[in-house]
Design a protein around this ligand. Sequence first.
Ligand code: ZN
Length: 447
Amino acid sequence: MHRVRVWTVPVLLLFAGYAASQAAPAAGAHITVLRAARMLDVKAQKIVANPVIIIDGDKIKQAGPGLEIPAGARVIDLGSATLLPGLIDAHTHLLQNYDFAIGEDENMLLTVSQMSPAERALLGAKMGREDLEAGITTVRDVGNSGINGDVALRRAINHGWVNGPRIVASTRALSAAGGQFGKLQHDAQALVEQEYAEVATVDEARRAVQRAFYDGADCIKVIVNTGPRVVSLEEMKAIVEEAHRVHKKVAAHAIGEDATRIAAEAGVDSIEHAYIVPDDVLKMMAAKKIFLVPTDYPEQIYTEFIPASVSPEDRKEAESGMKEFAKGNRDRLKRAVAAGVPIAAGSDEYYQMGKRTRGESSTLIYESYRDSGMTPWQIIQAATVKDAELLGWQDRIGSIEAGKFADIVAASGDPTQDITELEKVKFVMKGGEIVRDDLSRGQSAVR
Ligand SMILES: [Zn+2]
């Protein structure tokens, strides 16, 4: 072995010297240029014709119509496609993938008792790759990842060990007693702390926030209510104060009059789900600029996954219940938009939806937003600039602008006409690296 090494090193050095003596590479050699028929200026809600995006390393150097292409740049022409910023999902659970054949409680029990955080991180690597391939280049992952499995996945992606979206991680969600577990006998209670950080006093709330940041959290997730177990207003205020003190944001899972009001009064940054929320709370959210993350799916998706084993009568009842649920969601999203509540897109996807990849499932939410009366531009903004703002990353992602990460996707059609174009993006770039290209098929040219 030594002989090989001694022989190899001088040869490599010689070769490096030879290469260096040749002509210096053209100035644009490390530059990639993207071209297409259209580009979405998501901030201005404008379509830019014949855009040129000049990418230097992992960042956008310049973007606009008809820019001069630097000499030596690699040019990728996506033809008639529409370019837009990479999609953001503000509510993911990459480290769980539930099975519709069994109940929610059983799924949680099996996941937490049988899968180590390491195993869940590996599952998350698959889910993350599937998100990325569907055009989701950034996620805010809000708990249900064991003890810091989300932080492990974030590190793995950032180091390039696995391919996945940028991750804003919450570590364990804070909650009242029992987290979101169903019934557990006394000796099984230890499972709760594998998944949730329980708080019952203001001091515990502060300590849990500090612990989350010590564990590597980028944001805080709180389960405000699970049935009659509710985090108090005083505890919520302490959580928000503790997080905001260090410029971190708080996402609150809240459903119903009391919990949404507690979250809004405490001044969280986003309220997740809020399937039931009164108008005065929506008004408060609008005034305080608290985002609603409507984790809604189109009506047919809810009815698609009623277990095959149920009786015809039960199926009928379940279907009408799901239809009512979907209608309620559409009504509350309409009320929220009308009240001026900022909307950020988030999927809350954590089930295996047939043969769909995680990304294919997660992008179905846009159809439900459309069915609730949001315009394509409003939906595109919710999934890009608005999400970026909610994540506190408005300076680095969410639009195609100089200085931002080159996180760019392309749809073959025009998403401002048909939002389902976002369910089938054909090109994905994250940080200047091509993840997927079904358009140019790798036929890039050097100029
Ligand atoms: Zn969730």
